[in-house]
Design a binder for this molecule. Sequence first.
Ligand SMILES: *Cc1c(COP(=O)(O)O)cnc(C)c1O
Length: 380
Amino acid sequence: MPVTQASSPVHAGWPAQRAGAVLTVNLEAIAQNYRLLRERVPHAVCAAVVKADAYGLGVAQLAPVLEQAGATQFFVAHVDEGLALRQHVGAQAGITVLHGPRPDAVEACLAHGLRPVLNSLEQIAWVRAVARKQQRAPGVVLQLDTGMSRFGLSAQDVQHLAEQPDLLDGLTVELVMSHLACADERTNPANAEQAARLKEYAALLPVRAPLSLAASSGVFLGPDYHFNLVRPGAALYGVAPHPHEPNPLRAVVGLKAHVLQTRTLSRGDRVGYGLTWRADGPCRVATIAVGYADGFVRARAKGCAWFRGHRLPILGRISMDSMTVDISTIPEGQLEADGMVELLNETYGVDHVAAAEGTIGYEVLTSLGHRYHRNYTRAA
Ligand SMILES: *Cc1c(COP(=O)(O)O)cnc(C)c1O
């Protein structure tokens, strides 16, 4: 579809022509996804995880939309991400830093009202030292390791805190959280084990606080996993919470690439670096303006593009700035240089690309490059 159909030719059309491809982010779909998640957890707070620049989609544009849809609590990974987010949400919005601060970043973290997740006894000590100096009792989150061995206080650490409650003096523990390792697998017994451990360890702590365990997939495991706060990220951006089940979320991103050239090949002609693909008969191919520098991983060139419902398989190796697709099924004259093909649309989304590339929708999103023309829309 010609990009001149975009709402404003000056602001959308011309830059869209200068870029290789146009990434459309549907802000209304993100708001709807947030509201759907919130309805799934009537008894818990529904936070929004916007780390990694809102999974690559643009925290500056998305955070205000999520806030408007009702989100009051936001999670990021790093202190830096929290500082950036502060400029895009209201002063009353809660921002939690999942990794917590390193010693030299504690002051900045607290000074900007970022709530640290404390994952170790060391982190607890660092934050307490600064809090004491500043004579404040900052709100903090304690993370417990319930089985993933990635972040959080171990069973021994919890025991240690139980025996020495003064190690938490001067801190206001506002939330106790953990993270599910297998939430995308409904029947995995690790899920129930982690939920049980969260309750067990939290009961040993010398303080009482609301609990949080579920991210996107955990929300859809049901109320036993919701506790007091859920932390979805991927689902907000349309990633399916459970593979092999219908996706209840709306697709958020679309991606259309310009066709740079088309040509007709004969049997034996080859395509791309290494000449790895060889035509076994006459065919037509198009070179499109998206490559591995735009997030389409070269080592996994198994995907396809789409044109008016026709599947266009990727041929040969993906180049840095382009790839070649098979357009033999398109009647001659319909798709030429200056046309556009779709790499992501309503029915072929990030999860489909992920399946073709042997990865997950999360990685497809966070790999999307920085040189697309980005079109943020409010289409219902
Ligand atoms: C990234 C992350 C989330 C969000 O996970 P999704 O699967 O994207 O919903 C929640 N909690 C923690 C600790 C995370 O690291």
